[in-house]
Design a protein around this ligand. Structure first.
Ligand code: ADP
Length: 263
């Protein structure tokens, strides 16, 4: 295990040797002031290469969601830079960041983000509709088949339909084929069978379609689908595991729990 505030993770694939989908340098973000200030990100640097599924893990409060929001251009930093392809997100104004998110970044939403007045099909296509484009029908069909949504497409989320409606939101992001997809606990609302189907789908999208995907998860089994698991502790990137197994991740989580207990 590496333990240092300057730990830098470089995630590479042999077939995309030179492409960094996202590059973060020395990110610092503090909440609050004076004695109550919390350094939520404390010098995080990471290169995320194209075509990989990355899991961000770490104890509660370690900065996972904050890092994801900053990488996705949803949140500002005190200092440091985030670059998507050739675009420095951290230098953009709010309007430009909104446009960039719509056109180049995808999000996997959980159920509460669904718009109840739209059907499942309309929710899935929403990011494209906002961008004035139409979904690729073949791609949409693949998503629908993978998640077993065939009989749900005309339903609205508010209609009583039990478990399956929870599966609707997850495909919203990948349908646009953005450069990077971010997902905060993507399997949080799913039963294990559909959770595994979604993770397998995300991994295939990374490996076969060159889609870069970053998930935040507490679930070691979910993180075991990733090509690499990054571990945060106290706002610092403290380790990464390539091709982790569930057991590898559990061991690392236990180590971090022990390390951070005394803080
Ligand atoms: P994680 O996702 O790993 O649980 P977060 O990124 O949500 O961690 O939060 C990390 C730390 O930053 C926590 O101590 C949390 O209290 C603090 N924090 C996060 N967001 C805010 C906010 N909007 N205002 C104040 N403190 C925040």
């Amino acid at each position: 295990m590496t333990s240092s505030s300057t730990f830098t993770s470089t995630i590479e694939r042999a077939d995309h040797p030179n492409r960094a989908a996202i590059r973060a340098c020395d990110l610092v973000k503090t909440y609050g002031h004076g004695a109550t200030a919390v350094r939520t990100l404390d010098g995080v640097s990471v290169d995320i290469r194209a075509a990989e599924l990355i899991a961000i893990m770490g104890p509660s409060g370690s900065g996972k969601s904050t890092l994801m929001h900053v990488l996705a251009g949803l949140d500002d930093v005190d200092c440091g830079t985030v670059t998507l392809g050739h675009t420095e997100i951290t230098g953009l104004g709010e309007k430009a960041r909104t446009l960039l998110r719509r056109s180049r970044i995808g999000f996997v939403f959980q159920a509460f983000n669904l718009l109840p007045t739209l059907t499942a099909a309309e929710n899935i296509a929403l990011p494209l509709t906002l961008a004035g484009r139409r979904p690729d029908p073949a791609w949409l069909n693949t998503l629908v088949d993978t998640l077993g949504l065939g009989d749900r497409l005309d339903h609205r989320p508010s209609q009583p339909s039990g478990g399956p409606q929870q599966r609707v939101p997850a495909p919203r992001a990948p349908v646009t084929r953005p450069e990077v997809v971010f997902a905060d606990e993507p399997t949080g609302n799913l039963d294990s069978r559909h959770g595994q189907a979604l993770l397998a789908f995300l991994r295939d999208a990374a490996h076969n379609l060159g889609q870069t995907i970053v998930i935040v998860t507490h679930d070691p089994a979910a993180a075991a689908y990733a090509d690499r698991a990054l571990f945060l502790a106290d706002g610092r990137l403290v380790d990464d595991l390539a091709h982790p197994t569930t057991a590898d991740i559990l061991t690392q989580m236990a180590r971090l729990d022990t390390t951070t207990e005394g803080h």
